[in-house]
Design a protein around this ligand. Sequence first.
Ligand code: ADP
Ligand code: SR1
Ligand code: MG
Ligand code: MG
Length: 437
Amino acid sequence: QQQQGFRPLDEASLVAYIKATPALAARLGGRLDALTIKEVGDGNLNFVYIVLSDAGSLVIKQALPYIRLVGDSWPMSRERAYFEASALQKHRALCPDHVPEVYHFDRAMSLIGMRYIEPPHIILRKGLVAGVEYPLLAEHMADYMAKTLFFTSLLYNSTTDHKKGVAQYCDNVEMSRLTEQVVFSDPYRVAKYNRCTSPFLDNDAAAVREDAELKLEIAELKSMFIERAQAFLHGDLHTSSIMVTPDSTQVIDPEFAFYGPMGYDIGAFLGNLILAYFSQDGHADQANDRKAYKKWILKTIEDSWNFLSNYGINTKMGMGKHTCPLYTTAFVELWNKHKDGNGEAYLPPIYNSSELLRLAQKKYMTSLFHDSLGFGSAKMIRRIVGIAHVEDFESIEDASKRASCERRALNCAKAILKGRRQFESIGQVIVHVQSFD
Ligand code: ADP
Ligand code: SR1
Ligand code: MG
Ligand code: MG
């Protein structure tokens, strides 16, 4: 880590930094005399500034050497900014429609300058709390996940290229270690920063710590998270890492990026949608019972997986009067398109009939489905009994109502984690989720 030249910025000192940095000044049209600068970081780790001039805009994100949520008693490598900047660039090259542009990166300052994802974009989690529907979300996220995961796996790359990427991102180990601790370990033991909606969920949290079957399953997932360099992951793909309007979906904040199991990203997205589903009863009021909205969330979960995985579909899917544009972007379509390329995993002379290839794809996607369900439910559990909770539940003021929503989510997640291999389709998962309502 480069110590020299680092200083934490604030709204005042950022002005001088921008004036001395041509790549940033240019994005503001050179109009630097009346900048509006506001710190808006509402995430757990970093500081984020929106910078506006009358001729342009940008966002500055700076990592300080600790976790913002806890303070300087929990040190954390500033190199996370380097991994975030390079992941944004790599993901944008693969999926430009859904990843913001990086304008500037300063490694010594752990500072990224990037596109300001302008209003009416908001953080997806906030939209889910407000009950807003995003008709293109499933399609956009399937596109993002299919491209970023497929093109960074051995289905597309040679072993030599793959291992180069693995080696580069192995150094993001402090961030992976944080995930190992707060997702896969702390919820299953007494830990300093664990919390739950007490006293209502005290017994539920204790039951998690005493559940042998759950602990055996989480151990498997933890090992897979650490050992399996299947693809280049975002690493923190929850609903606060996605900014949306009804027409646009932008994925931010890949500071946990590393080569890991694909199901960790897919599960993060689906699991956080399931959390949003269970929180809805806490947001229902006389004006809106949220019943229709809950159906939309379930449909979005189902579509996201189906759009992503659609194995066996080799003609354009009819979607009412529309033709599904995912024909060319979903995971297995990418696989079919690139089956004769450099990918090391399924060499064409071996997987030499369409029937065999289809069997291989079905096996791969089934296993990815079960991994995604496992990781998704682990991500749900940690948000209810671990350190970092989610606004979906935290914004329910009545603690007993909040606990009731959280308990249903927790029980649903525990059952999915234990029984994930029994699910054959996302439709069955949806029925299972509804059974906890
Ligand atoms: P952290 O790593 O601390 O979680 P995030 O990258 O999630 O930080 O950013 C925190 C907040 O800053 C986001 O919730 C969002 O409101 C805002 N933000 C971050 N990046 C952008 C951007 N490029 N455009 C607009 N707002 C952004
Ligand atoms: C201290 S845990 C903070 C959490 O916030 C990040 O967004 C990650 O999800 C991390 O686990
Ligand atoms: Mg964030
Ligand atoms: Mg972050």
